[in-house]
Design a protein around this ligand. Structure first.
Ligand SMILES: [Zn+2]
Length: 192
């Protein structure tokens, strides 16, 4: 028996060019998300699909901090899969589209949708329309070259508070500082 109760339901539908996965959940946290994402990615691998429409049919959402680290996980394992995140409910749209943008800037081939058909159109678009962005920058503070779409090592943020980590992820997108310098500014800015 699993020590963690299954609080979600997954449905799959195979299309000629992509896999559609629909997740329904009464509660979501990172552990649950990693569990269903692993199931979905396994199904993609079994069916040899490199395109996925991932539909969340649930109004609930994880804590922001957990959303970012879950997106880091998705980027780390499915960077080359084109994923249309479909949020048909339209709830927490701003948060979710921001998280998907975050994943895209980390190098993921992802996009956020609220319309079923738009998501499919995008999945069926010509591959050549996707351009690879060069995300290499020089840090404004220490001048080290860094990859602004690289994933953030978990250990780097280990001892930061939840609020600090959230700030880190939020600023990572547009910051001209490397991970280390960005982390330092966030720590220095905190009041005693
Ligand atoms: Zn730096």
């Amino acid at each position: 028996m699993s020590p963690y109760p299954t609080l979600y339901a997954l449905e799959f539908k195979e299309h000629p060019e992509y896999l559609h996965a629909r997740i329904t959940a009464s509660f979501l946290d990172r552990t649950g998300a990693l569990s269903y994402l692993s199931e979905i990615f396994l199904e993609c691998a079994k069916l040899r699909k490199k395109k996925l429409r991932l539909e969340r049919a649930t109004p609930c959402v994880m804590q922001r901090d957990e959303l970012y680290s879950t997106m880091d996980f998705i980027v780390s394992v499915e960077k080359d899969t084109r994923i249309a995140f479909l949020n048909a409910h339209g709830t927490v749209a701003e948060t979710l589209s921001h998280i998907v943008d975050y994943g895209t800037k980390q190098g993921g081939r992802f996009r956020y949708f609220q319309e079923f058909q738009e998501a499919e159109n995008w999945l069926l678009e010509d591959e050549k329309l996707l351009e690879d962005l060069d995300m290499t920058k020089d840090c404004e503070k220490c001048s080290d070259e860094f990859d602004s779409n690289g994933t953030v090592p978990v250990a780097l943020l280990g001892h930061l508070s939840e609020a600090q980590r959230e700030e880190f992820y939020r600023r990572r997108l547009d910051s001209d500082l490397c991970n280390q310098c960005l982390k330092s500014t966030i720590i220095e800015r905190q009041p005693e």
